[in-house]
Design a protein around this ligand. Sequence first.
Ligand code: ZN
Length: 505
Amino acid sequence: MTTSSETFSEPLQLLNERLATISDISAAAAVLNWDQQTYMPEGGVEGRAGQLSTLSRLAHEMLADDETGELLDSAGEPEPGSEDAASLRLIRREYEKATKLPSRLVAELSGARARAEPAWARARAESDWSAFAPHLEKIVPLILETAAALGYEDHPYDALLDIYEPGARQAPLAKMFEELKAGLVPMIREIGSARAEDRSAPLFGKFDEAKQEEFGKAVISAFGYDWKRGRQDRAVHPFCINFGGPGDVRITTRFDPGWLSPALFATFHEAGHAMYEQGVDPAYTRTALSGGTSMGIHESQSRLWENLVGRSLPFWAHYYPRLQKTFPESLGETDLKDFYRAINDSRPSEIRVESDELTYNLHILLRFELEIALLEESISVADIPAAWNAKMEEYLGITPENDAMGALQDVHWSASLFGYFPTYTIGNVLSVQFFDTAVKERPEIEAGIGRGEFGVLREWLRENIHRHGSRYDPEELVERVTGRPLETGPYLRYLEGKFGELYGL
Ligand code: ZN
């Protein structure tokens, strides 16, 4: 050990021990959370809420403790670019976030959220925006106060984005969305007029649950999802969760016996998230470096497996005969080409989570613009449904039939998650930028997909992205891996190529 590292080794070691404890507490909370969403009986709800809130309070107290601040102050300056430097940067950031918010604000926000979520669920069931509006009117000023407390240079949205996507800023994102809008809106219009019929019919039929499960598991095993360090269970909403390191990363899915898509693509998607977590350097377990680096980078991994692999023609050229054999009754008469067209059916629809690759990002753009408008106070909460519908008409050429199908469809605003939506589009854009780079460096990846062999792709992702965990912030990671900042060009070219061919544009 060098002298310079000895001068800061003790505080850093103490910080790392503190982080390990916090990580254990959070992992225990994650197990309880996983259990709640998979196997817990209804009667456990109240007890579980108490247990989870106790664990999250303990983790928060340990992080926000004065001693954490003192250790950070005395930790010295590790060598720039080193793992120690990355750890310190991340711990400092989390500490600052945890200490900058006055506890009065945290309490008010969590109270507002607790009341808003059930109110939103009722408002959505009755398609009644006015029942949710008073709650959102309370949340917006608290969100602005949160942004002010966290601090920002140019725009309050920057402070919120930074929670989910460190380094992301409103102005460059607005530019990214403008580029996507300019590229996508005309394509969607053209397809709208080119599309003669609904192509999705082959995906509806009789699909035995157990067979769906078996098929999905076979595919993600081939992707490289490691069952010795994971498992798949059923839950109302598919998710991926890990318990503090790469040794236990679980996924969930849900099955619809009459519709093939939801379980199939959610399984690919969640496996993409899970392989990121399983691929993190085990040495980072219980440290600040453990886990994926941001929501956007995480989503780039799930979308890459779901869309660039799982909705591609070479992939299905290999897997479709097996799928047909699994479901002869429903797919026996459908050929590969029609199946491929079905899984890539592009149609403007009201609901974000059911939308296709092409229209998805316009749903996000709309939410991004409305969030900014709310924070800039250029729109009132009462005006949201009208503004929503106008944007749906402008971007997708449709008007939701009611607010349940429109402004009330997502849980995010009731959960005070402002600045979260853009990470979905960042993930989509980056999925192509990463995939293009992988194929450029290892051209055999494409032929591999056509043979159902994914090892080269998976190892490339592990080597370049997964193993680093949170060591690099998103922008640095993207530059390191692709040699470029995030850019929309490759993504738009991918969509133009794929959907141009599918729709003969
Ligand atoms: Zn995801």
